[in-house]
Design a protein around this ligand. Structure first.
Ligand code: FAD
Length: 423
């Protein structure tokens, strides 16, 4: 049996490793145009800032792959012929497969802005972008970043660390308020400005200007403001990367359409991770998950399916964590505010950037949003999965602290404030 996996990100690699365990004799080939060896994409910023070397961001030694009998092909796949079960490659000879996994990830959104193809204009997704950034940052004093979110703020921090002054253009009235509740989003606005980063809210990019030699030299906003800059970062979200199959027989929507076992509508072709759009069997909203841990989880699940031991994918309790500049952030479950029937307990430190939000409905906790503190994943997940009551959570909040030995504790203050909100 020959398995081809396009993409060696966390999804493709998790699938390959699990498949190797389940099927010791199958031939498994990982194809990626970006790099021969898998590396940790979230660590791109630490590579740029010199905190880690390239070998540090590769989770496995280079000889690991041979030991696992996983073939690595560094090439771009350019076409899939589902009838002939062939994958066309940019440089190499076509690859025959019996089973194909598409794990092609995401790509940065571009919205057809005038000037978006100029030199000095770039997104941040892979190693090629990082190389471009090294070059572009060298001659940059002022940069404009279009779009908020996690990748935008990482790019801002990366440039800031090189002494570049950054201005954000954010369409929303507050940073990332399409994901974060209002208080936490307001905290981020303050944090960004306190770091000396310019933040223009309710502002969109209208045009990027050419210096006459094909390189950007400034932008104009939709409000008519002109900002001079030598670099424009486009971080207005990401979309599933369906480039490889858009014109093939495999059905796509926003992502590659799959059922809850990651099967596409083409025989023996699967898709998982950032590129996959899981169709809701009941006609509800389809599921696209574009974070690291879901890539790992989906990669392992699709491997089981490909090996003939699959089950319907259960997304479980939503989780994400990141760092906004020096601020830790974690979210578990659902934390959208203003949903009828849901109530919020909220504590925010008077002078430090720390906050805890506990969302509950019908006597059960359904979400946590934690800023400036680090909590234990398994504890928060269990409370949500078991439907713990808000009172139980407040009584036991100390168990959520990630490392009580090393971190200052805020539970007493937080619990005191939130108990008063429970009625
Ligand atoms: C800067 C940055 C920071 C991030 N930080 C976090 C974080 O803190 N926490 C978090 O949860 N998530 C984070 N993410 C998101 C996370 O990295 C992704 O969700 C995850 O990498 C998705 O994994 P994947 O394997 O599905 O796709 P990807 O990691 O995108 O891998 C897909 C691979 O397929 C290759 N490929 C695509 N098309 C082809 C083709 N036609 N031929 C050959 N190869 C192809 C691509 O080049 C790429 O190497 C971050 C992302 C970025 C860019």
């Amino acid at each position: 049996m020959r398995v081809a996996i396009v993409g060696n990100g966390v999804t493709g690699v998790s699938a390959a490793l699990r498949l190797r365990e389940l099927q010791p004799d199958w031939r498994i080939c990982l194809i990626s145009g970006e790099s021969k060896y898998h590396y940790s994409r979230p660590a791109l910023m630490y590579l740029f800032m010199g905190h880690m070397s390239y070998s540090d961001v590769k989770p496995y030694e280079d000889d690991f792959w041979e030991a696992k009998r996983l073939e690595l092909v560094r090439d771009w796949a350019t076409d899939v012929d589902v009838e002939a079960k062939t994958l066309a490659l940019h440089r190499g000879a076509p690859l025959q497969y019996d089973k194909l996994l598409l794990a092609t990830g995401s790509k940065s959104n571009r919205f057809g802005w005038p000037g978006q193809e100029l030199q000095g204009v770039q997104g941040l997704w892979g190693l090629q972008d990082l190389r471009r950034l090294y070059d572009n940052a060298r001659a940059t004093r002022e940069a404009v970043i279009v779009g908020g979110g996690l990748i935008g703020i990482e790019l801002a921090e990366m440039l800031h660390s090189r002494g570049v002054h950054v201005t954000f253009l954010v369409r929303e009235k507050s940073y990332w308020n399409n994901i974060l509740p209002g208080d936490e989003s307001a905290m981020l606005n303050r944090l960004i400005r306190a770091h000396g980063i310019g933040l223009r809210l309710k502002t969109q990019l209208a045009e990027i200007h050419d210096d006459g030699g094909g390189r950007c030299c400034g932008v104009t906003t939709d409000g008519g403001e002109r900002i001079d800059c030598q670099l424009v970062g486009l971080t207005a979200g990401v979309s599933p990367n369906v480039d490889l199959v858009r014109d093939s027989a495999i059905a796509t929507g926003r992502g590659v359409l799959v059922d809850r076992r990651f099967r596409t509508d083409a025989g023996e072709v699967y898709a998982a991770g950032d590129c996959a759009e899981i169709v809701d069997p009941d006609g509800g909203r389809n599921l696209i998950q574009q974070v690291w841990y879901t890539g790992k989880k989906q990669g392992e699940a699709v491997a089981h399916e490909m090996a003939g031991r699959g089950a319907d994918y259960e997304p479980g309790v939503w989780f994400n964590s990141a760092k906004f500049l020096d601020l830790e952030y974690q979210v578990y479950g659902r934390v959208n505010t203003g949903v009828p029937g849901e109530a919020n307990l909220y504590w925010e430190h008077a002078n430090e950037n720390r906050a805890v939000r506990i969302v509950h409905a019908e006597g059960r906790v359904i979400g946590f949003n934690v800023m400036g503190l680090r909590w234990r994943h398994e504890v928060c997940e269990r409370w949500i999965a078991e439907g713990a009551s808000p009172a139980h959570v407040l009584d036991h909040l100390r168990h959520a602290n990630f490392d009580p030995e090393l971190f200052r504790r805020y539970e007493r203050e937080a619990v005191g404030a939130m108990r008063g909100q429970l009625s």
